[in-house]
Write a protein that binds this ligand. Sequence first.
Ligand SMILES: NC(=O)c1ccc[n+]([C@@H]2O[C@H](COP(=O)([O-])OP(=O)(O)OC[C@H]3O[C@@H](n4cnc5c(N)ncnc54)[C@H](OP(=O)(O)O)[C@@H]3O)[C@@H](O)[C@H]2O)c1
Length: 271
Amino acid sequence: MSVQCLFPESKKDIPLHQLYLGLNLHRQAMTGDVLIYSNYIASLDGRIALRHEQTGEFSVPDSIANKRDWRLYQELAAQADVMITSARYFRQLDKGCAQDLLPVGQEPDYADLAVWREEQGLKSQTDVVIVSASLDIPLYAVQSLTNRRVWVLTVQGADATRRNLLEDSGITVVQAGTGQVQGKALKDFLIEHGYRSAYMIAGPAIHHTLLAAGVLNRLFLTTHLSLLGHHEFHTILQGDMPASKVELNALYLDHSGEQIFGQYDIKGREI
Ligand SMILES: NC(=O)c1ccc[n+]([C@@H]2O[C@H](COP(=O)([O-])OP(=O)(O)OC[C@H]3O[C@@H](n4cnc5c(N)ncnc54)[C@H](OP(=O)(O)O)[C@@H]3O)[C@@H](O)[C@H]2O)c1
């Protein structure tokens, strides 16, 4: 279960377990700030999701999803105070077209992460921020999130009936933009509520919201060594924005031979 560090160059193999846990992402933000990070697995041709012909839904292809990458996903979740996701994720979950991404350390293989969170003084599960303009969020799917604070960040003039239904279920709905939730407003919200580490697990639209506002700090990107093609797909980012400079922090070749784990710092608009 090891990886080879390609950058910075090293001859020693490193265990996959704790590769990301050692980053202590929950302790990296300056006082009064929050560290926001994202994570994707993509094929070599950049696909993070393909449209399923039968269901019509986009999902991570089975041919690239794998347990070794999932271990790292869990390690990133373990270091988060809060996870940021999309309303579309809950709509897909409700239809049975998405994997439950939110619990940390629930399966036996990740039980060490639940213990680690406790040792670090973190809550057993992360809080959750859902970003949505439509407020089309199936209550049943959200109600599965027990023992944690759930927030919905939405826009000015969002549907009042849907808002009331969510609030009646104990979810706090907060306005954070006009037309679209703004990345800067999202970051300010996180800081205001004392969050120090936020793990963004949604797709290209919310990634764009954060990157265009210059509030994303780190990107973790697993490149699966396969080519998927396909006409209808998502990549890690969509939408217009100024080019953003990114710096390579670390690069690991997985000894399974099937993927490369990359860590990048987002430097912002320097191009
Ligand atoms: N391979 C990977 O590692 C990976 C990781 C993450 C996701 N994915 C895949 O990527 C696909 C898309 O993911 P996704 O739908 O979760 O993500 P997304 O494209 O980031 O989010 C789409 C939804 O989020 C809301 N939204 C996004 N930005 C907003 C803003 N600025 N203001 C208000 N609402 C905003 C909208 O909800 P409303 O429509 O409710 O307004 C929108 O429909 C999925 O198939 C997923 O499986 C793959």
